[in-house]
Design a protein around this ligand. Structure first.
Ligand SMILES: Nc1ncnc2c1ncn2[C@@H]1O[C@H](COP(=O)(O)OP(=O)(O)OP(=O)(O)O)[C@@H](O)[C@H]1O
Ligand SMILES: [Mg+2]
Length: 276
């Protein structure tokens, strides 16, 4: 298989057969006397085709940077990121970043237009994507007439119109209320199964990560390293009630424990000793 590569140095091999392969990926921003800022440190990971993976970790640990490296928007300082040739990649940012003067349908067409698709194809695929995310009937509305959840759905539709093989999502549900978030998680999961893309989600919400994913990657504080990759064994489709089950609680507890182990304050350490 031929692979598109962002190669930053010798010594690291490509990860063959992966939807995205990261081999010894580090990222340093800036240089100078202080040596710049090491954001990511020797990340190795192989994303399997068709799977959904979430990345959790403390603020500033390099999650967005890692996602940008996977997207090919940022080059690693050392190591290598490989992706199979010809796989369309779409990125959904935390802020929906819609154009206020464009209608819903024209916003949904935007990324396709930028990629130079024919107008008829932009229209047809945007209409299909709007239907998928439940925004059919709102084509002529403007972003200011939509709720926060609808704006996020539109942002997703804009990405899905590209028919991505790889969809990278950077905290897309962070700005919506908890109930809407649960519903959007269920919709995202069903979109993933229908559309068949490989998904990577960055989130601070451990429940969201476990609910949506085949695997959860847990990262350390900066410089970001992978502390653990936890398999989520529940079958798809996942019922909303799964979130209330003991198995789900056990798994979210496991992810949280790995995260918390990195954040031990003196007080927490005394408490842990006291309860041990
Ligand atoms: N373009 C850049 N130039 C310089 N430093 C950067 C740049 N992008 C990110 N950084 C730094 O790299 C580190 C990781 O940033 P990143 O945005 O990847 O973290 P994050 O895990 O996504 O954080 P959050 O959860 O708050 O979104 C931070 O210290 C940040 O200041
Ligand atoms: Mg981020």
């Amino acid at each position: 298989m031929s692979a598109r590569q962002l190669d930053a140095g010798a010594g690291s091999g490509a990860v063959s057969g992966a939807a995205v392969g990261l081999a010894g990926v580090s990222k340093r921003f800036g240089s100078g006397k202080a040596g710049g800022l090491l954001a990511l440190d020797t990340v190795d990971f192989a994303l399997r085709p068709g799977e959904f993976v979430s990345i959790v970790g403390p603020s500033g640990c390099g999650k967005s940077t890692l996602l940008r490296i996977m997207a090919g928007l940022v080059a690693p300082s050392t190591g290598r990121c490989t992706r199979p040739e010809g796989v369309a990649t779409a990125f959904v940012f935390q802020e929906a970043a819609l154009l206020p003067w464009r209608t819903v349908e024209r916003n949904a067409q935007l990324l396709m237009e930028l990629e130079g698709h024919a107008p008829a194809s932009c229209k047809a695929r945007a209409a299909e994507a709007l239907k998928l995310v439940g925004l059919a009937g709102f084509e002529k509305s403007y972003p200011h007439q939509l709720s926060g959840g609808m704006r996020m759905r539109l942002s997703l539709a804009r990405a899905l119109a590209l028919r991505p093989g790889l969809l990278l999502l950077d905290e897309p549900l962070a700005a919506v209320d908890e109930l809407t978030r649960d519903v959007l998680q269920e919709e995202l999961s069903s979109l993933w199964r229908q559309a068949g893309f490989t998904g990577v989600l960055v989130t601070h919400n451990v429940h969201e990560a476990v609910y949506l994913s085949n695997r959860v990657v847990v990262m350390s504080p900066r410089p970001g390293r992978i502390l653990d990759v936890i398999d989520v064994p529940f079958d798809f489709p996942r019922a909303p009630e799964l979130r209330a089950s003991a198995g789900f609680a056990a798994l979210t507890g496991r992810v949280t424990a790995v995260l918390r182990a990195q954040h031990t304050t003196p007080q927490a350490a005394r408490h842990a000793q006291a309860v041990a």
